[in-house]
Design a binder for this molecule. Structure first.
Ligand code: HQG
Length: 178
């Protein structure tokens, strides 16, 4: 079983295109596990419940979560479809980091960080993770976000189940190149 391939397919279905497997997510992004397994099977990815659990448990970024009863599953963040994940507002650490690449810098420094096609801007508490995120697109540039001041000035922060900090936007005045 190729965990990475399955994880990518789960991300695609649970974050972006549930319709590609004939599924609909509820308002908070959840889908019934049995329905998911049946739908994936009908669309060429046969998977047992135990295999799904192994992929979820072993996932490098803990991208997916079961609900308390194990009946439903969702992606913990990263959606482009409309969902309200329902995370409570939280106080961020003083500094957070965002990984990007050189070619976006002029625009980011002019207009700040924007969520693009996702729901939120993704920030990391860890420089190394931010470097990896930026590195998906080329040579990484890591921006430091003055999260303490941004929060004090009224921006709402939430933290996903897998430790990603989410905000609507970061204006340029709160950013510095590391
Ligand atoms: C950039 C992956 C121009 C931003 C990763 C980024 C992460 C701007 C890109 C998660 C901009 C958006 C999210 C502006 C932001 N002008 N460019 N004003 N504001 N950008 O993929 O943060 O493996 O939506 O710097 O590891 O790269 O999928 O966001 O380069 O955790 O679980 O626009 O996705 O996680 O790209 O990545 P994305 P991201 P998974």
């Amino acid at each position: 079983m190729d965990h990475v391939r399955i994880s990518k397919r789960l991300s695609f279905v649970l974050r972006h295109r549930p319709d590609s497997a004939g599924l609909t997510l509820d308002d908070a992004g959840w889908v019934d596990v049995d329905e998911l397994l049946t739908a994936l099977g009908a669309h060429g990815l046969r998977l047992t419940r135990a295999e799904l659990e192994a992929v979820v448990a072993g996932n490098d970024k803990q991208r997916f979560a079961f609900d308390e009863t194990g009946t439903r599953i969702r992606a913990s963040q990263g959606h482009s479809v409309a969902v309200d994940l329902g995370y409570e507002p939280a106080t961020p650490p003083a500094e957070l980091f965002h990984g990007t690449v050189d070619r976006f810098l002029a625009s980011i420094l002019a207009e700040g960080l924007r969520p693009g096609r996702r729901h939120a801007v993704h920030l990391s508490p860890d420089v190394a993770i931010a470097r990896t995120v930026g590195g998906r697109r080329g040579r990484a540039v890591v921006l430091r976000v003055d999260a303490a001041r941004l929060a004090a000035d009224g921006t709402r922060f939430t933290r996903s189940a897998n430790g990603v900090w989410l905000v609507d936007a970061v204006p340029p005045g709160y950013l510095a190149i590391t």
